[in-house]
Design a binder for this molecule. Structure first.
Ligand SMILES: Nc1nc2c(c(=O)[nH]1)N[C@H]1C(S)=C(S)[C@@H](COP(=O)(O)O)O[C@H]1N2
Ligand SMILES: [Mo]
Length: 311
């Protein structure tokens, strides 16, 4: 096969936005020529030239995306996940589906995702600690998987649990959080068109430090909602107690919508520092946007709610 798969393209070729857009066009042409889904199951097989959700802001270079992380299972330092997750095996991987759902079972990841088309989306990400990134993810809408699993009408929330394996995740030997890491969404949030289950960044599967093989992305919420290494998905009628809300309830709520008008108890959330690979950009605070700039897609879900109380 002469045509390069996305996984064959070295990261050095795909660290700039223009190169990435070229890669998109290239893959689109290549898959069109083959008339087939050429790439591996967890890579974006059919790419559109651009997704309607993309931002054309400067992208965060792959080097920053993979070395400046929050992932306490691999240490609390930003550089630790990149170092400590290097040998973390992404296969075999199972996901247990449980609770109020028609198809509960423990699935092999490949089986769970069979028939689901991967998409590329460039999303703005905003961490509660005031840094932000622009990351090209690939994955698929969470709604697609939910429809496949057929939750019962009684299910009001979806709960995600990270793998618990202290032998493989050294941070779990310490009580920096109550393990395993849990996150959740209200069902309408989970079905929102922006909610993505990501399998990789910059056109490659992984890397582990960013939450592979399966992690949640909700770009209108603070980064901590983006639970990594998901191994259990439950449908429930009770609002899940999430890892950060359990650890520090007055600082971290269930909703965690990006909201520049509500301060974190220990710092302002009005501005952010964008990681673009340029130190100058990084030093210059930019204004944080309501819902991280995704208001048009998400606002209606919160009408009538006091977002100060429901933080
Ligand atoms: N399992 C798990 N998921 C997690 C975390 C974590 O510690 N453990 N940290 C969260 C936080 S606080 C952020 S900001 C994002 C960071 O994602 P990134 O490293 O891909 O930028 O992951 C989130 N998901
Ligand atoms: Mo975060």
């Amino acid at each position: 096969m002469l045509i390069k798969k996305p996984s064959d393209i070295p990261s050095s070729e795909i660290t700039s936005e223009s190169a990435y857009r070229n890669r998109r066009q290239f893959i689109q042409a290549a898959t069109a020529a083959l008339g087939a889904t050429a790439a591996g199951a967890l890579l974006p097989a059919q790419l559109s030239a651009a997704s309607k959700y993309d931002t054309d802001e400067k992208q965060t270079p792959l080097g920053n995306v993979t070395t400046y992380n929050n992932y306490y299972e691999f240490g609390t330092g930003k550089d630790e996940p990149g170092l400590n997750a290097r040998t973390f095996k992404l296969r075999p991987w199972t996901v247990t589906v449980a609770g109020m759902v028609k198809k509960p079972a423990t699935y092999n990841l490949e089986d769970l995702l069979k028939g689901i088309t991967m998409e590329d989306r460039i999303y703005r990400m905003r961490c509660v600690e005031a840094w932000s990134m622009v990351i090209p993810w690939h994955g698929f809408p969470l709604a697609t998987l939910i429809d496949k699993l057929e939750p019962l009408p009684s299910a009001k929330f979806i709960k995600f649990t990270t793998l618990y394996a202290p032998d493989r995740m050294p941070g779990q030997r310490y009580s920096s959080l109550h393990w395993p890491y849990v996150e959740g969404l209200r069902m309408d949030e989970a079905r929102n068109e922006l909610a993505l289950l990501a399998t990789g960044v910059y056109g490659k599967e992984g890397p582990a430090q960013n939450g592979a093989p399966l992690r949640l992305i909700t770009p209108w919420k603070y980064g901590f909602k983006g639970v990594k290494a998901i191994t259990k998905i439950e449908f429930t009628d009770k609002m899940p107690l999430t890892a950060w809300a359990e650890a520090i309830p007055n600082e971290y709520g269930f909703y965690a919508n990006v909201n520049p008008t509500v301060d974190h108890p220990r710092w302002s959330q009005a501005s952010e520092r964008r990681l673009t690979g340029s130190v100058l950009d990084q030093l210059k605070p930019i204004k944080t946007q309501m819902f991280n700039g995704y208001t048009q897609y998400v606002e209606r879900m919160y009408s009538g709610m006091d977002l100060r109380k429901n933080f």
